[in-house]
Design a protein around this ligand. Structure first.
Ligand code: GAR
Length: 222
């Protein structure tokens, strides 16, 4: 019996990743309990999703605090008061200070809509489509003090089509985000993740042995 990991999901926007996590918990595919949803804006549709599922939520807005440190101290207090095991950043558009990371060492995960270390920061889907890479994807990683630089847990790859826009590529990536985030959290709940420097190993994980070309090769080549 896998213990239910107590998570806080931090959001700023639509919350489709939050929804996928909720759905996986409700269908019994994810051993987690969302103790609290935390948004840094009252506008986040994610708050409505939480409400619909009876999940408590709280909004902490940066302009109510005189400094980043004060904001983050409030955040730490909320996380501690809910006995959080794992902090899940799901479209949370704010960089956390070292104080939060020190309070939750290797207990903060993030999802990023690109194959890191390519295209960190904002508008990753637009960066990838403007650069005209042939593949992009998404990455779940532990958060460290950099921006999108922490140890990588899992990545999913999607093809980039010639006609893609930021939106069409973003939608293809998002569908994969919804799968890999719950998988990473489930591995965490099962105690199967070990971090050694940059390297994250997943105990008893299958090994991916596929190689992909885009555009595909037109005949077998040595
Ligand atoms: C997702 O694509 C997520 O990867 C991205 O924001 C979106 C949130 O969507 N996060 C970042 O870009 C963080 N650098 P959602 O609110 O529908 O889950």
């Amino acid at each position: 019996m896998v213990r239910k990991v107590k998570i806080a999901v931090l959001v700023s926007g639509s919350g489709s990743n939050l929804q996928a996590i909720i759905d996986n918990i409700e269908s019994g595919h994810l051993s987690a309990q969302i103790e609290i949803v935390i948004s840094n804006t009252t506008e986040a549709y994610a708050l409505r999703r939480a409400e619909k599922h009876g999940i408590p939520s709280i909004v902490i807005v940066s302009h109510d605090f005189s400094s980043r440190e004060e904001f983050d101290q409030r955040l730490i207090a909320i996380l501690n008061s809910h006995g959080i095991d794992l902090v899940v950043l799901a479209g949370f558009m704010r960089v956390l200070s070292p104080a939060v990371l020190n309070a939750f060492p290797l207990k903060v995960m993030n999802i990023h809509p690109a194959l890191l270390p390519s295209f960190p920061g904002i508008h990753a889907q637009g960066q990838a489509s403007d650069y005209a890479v042939k593949f992009s994807g998404c990455t779940v990683h532990f958060v460290d003090e950099g921006v999108d630089t922490g140890p990588i847990i899992i990545q999913a790859v999607v093809p980039v089509m010639p006609e893609d826009t930021e939106e069409s590529l973003g939608a293809r990536i998002l569908a994969e985000e919804h799968k890999i985030y719950s998988q990473a959290i489930q591995w965490y709940a099962e105690g199967r993740l070990t971090v050694n420097g940059r390297r994250v190993s997943v105990a008893n994980a299958a090994v991916a042995r596929v190689s992909l070309c885009n555009p595909p090769l037109e005949s077998p080549r040595n």
